[in-house]
Write a protein that binds this ligand. Structure first.
Ligand code: UD1
Length: 431
């Protein structure tokens, strides 16, 4: 398993280009198979989750043609199966988007039940509730969700929880239902809006994405288009936190500052300068930061996917901070790893009390999941000495060129594959 070795202590300074959003790319790739015409997707992030999903749609017969690293042409004219294999689901939960896409196109689909994951149990009852409301029969057959109907009919659906995945999945299927569907209490995340904009570019008739009521008028068919994926607000936010933790000065290019408002506001509150223009944001942290309170909420609240990175920053701030996680049930697994680096954090239920320390020291730590892994890298960048972050496979699922981009900002970070390489690196890093 690959690891990152980091010699911390240097402020990150410079400019970084933000990639397309993984969480927008996943539903959009799935929805692309709903047309029999070619769809060209631009600004696709080159990250493992995206590549695994591209392989999964290829396995059911979609044409996938990589034009360049960030552009792909997808053609769904020759889909030969409606069943997503267990291996794809095991590697990437978001292959559940193929349920909505295949149902929308063929009125049938079969997808392995996604299990829990590192951050909680993650039920999909809201997805199935929505599909059933559209007239779909869904059975659990030997661990597979098998869904079918003769024709979907538009329905008025009230979501019991605000769910990004369920909102997008139902929206995709409803595009081809007969009549009008209304989704109430819909998720408002930028990737919901991006998926809706993409479907509309294919000829769908979706209104209201970005508000909590989405209205969808079903259409007969979806056509090809060329579409550019929205910038990744979580990747951007992660670099913003890296600037804050290392007392750095970073300009993030190719971002939508509006999507980063909750993150920018928290950083300003604790003492960072955050400047922004049309498509860039600059974060400057020139002094020790102060404590605050953070509660994760659906968009436009503070994103749960930024909670571990924010906690890493607050663990070095002056004073005591409280971080409350209100979306996922076990998203504090990284706390024990941060403690190995000297952090003082106590978790009770869904809240973490963070007593800021003056500095972290390097240690050997392991990523419990994608965003927690990024938080450990941030901690390593600000620590004294060498930090080795293990299990970086999680991080590679969602961050394109993470170590390369950090090196361009002046970080001493290397990907290593063996203990021998680590020893060599320690010599090189002067330990
Ligand atoms: C997406 C993101 C993930 C992010 C999360 C919340 C992708 C691929 N992943 O995940 O990075 O952390 O949004 O912003 O886009 N829930 C139910 N029943 C359901 C569905 C969800 O109870 O049927 C609950 C979940 O357990 C959770 C909450 O609703 O407590 C929000 O989950 P949801 O928005 O669905 O997360 P995902 O779409 O899986």
């Amino acid at each position: 398993m690959e690891k990152y070795a980091i010699r911390g202590g240097s402020p990150l300074v410079g400019e970084v280009d933000i990639a397309g959003a993984k969480n927008a790319a996943l539903p959009i790739i799935s929805a692309a198979i709903m047309s029999n015409e070619t769809v060209t997707l631009e600004n696709l992030p080159d990250v493992n989750d995206v590549n695994v999903l591209l392989e999964a749609i290829q396995r059911i017969g979609a044409g996938v043609d990589r034009v360049d690293r960030h552009t792909v042409r997808i053609n769904g004219a020759h889909i030969k199966g409606y069943s997503v294999d267990y291996e794809s689901m095991k590697k990437i939960r978001a292959s559940y988007y193929l349920l909505g896409a295949l149902l929308g196109k063929y009125n049938r689909a079969s997808v392995p039940m996604p299990g829990g994951c590192a951050i909680g149990s993650r039920p999909i009852d809201q997805h199935t509730k929505g599909f059933r409301a559209l007239g779909v029969r869904i059975e659990n057959e030997s661990g597979y969700l098998v869904a079918s109907c003769d024709q979907m009919f538009g329905a008025h659906i009230f979501m019991d929880v605000v769910s990004v995945g369920a909102t997008i999945n139902i929206m995709m299927a409803a595009c081809r239902a007969s009549g009008r569907t209304i989704i109430e209490n819909a998720a408002k995340e930028p990737h919901v809006v991006d998926a809706a904009n993409f479907l509309n570019s294919m000829g769908a008739r979706i209104k209201g994405a970005g508000t909590d009521v989405i209205r969808i008028q079903g259409v007969q068919e979806l056509h090809g288009c060329t579409y550019t994926i929205v910038p990744d607000m979580i990747e951007a936010g992660t670099y913003m936190m890296a600037a804050a933790a290392t007392k750095g000065d970073i300009v993030l290019r190719n971002v939508i500052p509006k999507h980063l408002e909750a993150i920018s506001a928290k950083l300003r509150e604790i003492g960072c300068e955050v400047m922004e223009a049309d498509d860039w944001v600059r974060v400057v942290a020139s002094r020790r930061l102060s404590s605050t309170q953070v509660k994760t909420l659906p968009y436009p609240g503070f994103p749960t996917d930024m909670q571990p990175q924010m906690a890493a920053v607050l663990a070095l701030a002056n004073g005591t901070s409280i971080v409350k996680e209100s979306i996922f049930e076990s998203r504090f697994k990284y706390v024990d790893e941060l403690a190995r680096m000297g952090a003082n954090i106590k978790v009770e239920g869904n809240a973490a009390m963070i007593i800021g320390v003056d500095r972290f020291h390097g240690a050997q730590v392991a990523s419990p999941d994608l965003r927690a892994g990024a938080a450990l890298v941030i901690a390593g960048l600000s620590a004294e000495g060498i930090t080795v972050v293990d299990d970086i496979g999680y991080i590679l699922r969602g961050y394109e060129d993470f170590d390369e981009k950090l090196r361009l900002l002046g970080a001493a970070i290397e990907k290593i594959h063996s203990e021998a390489e680590l020893r060599k690196l320690e010599l090189w890093m002067g330990v």
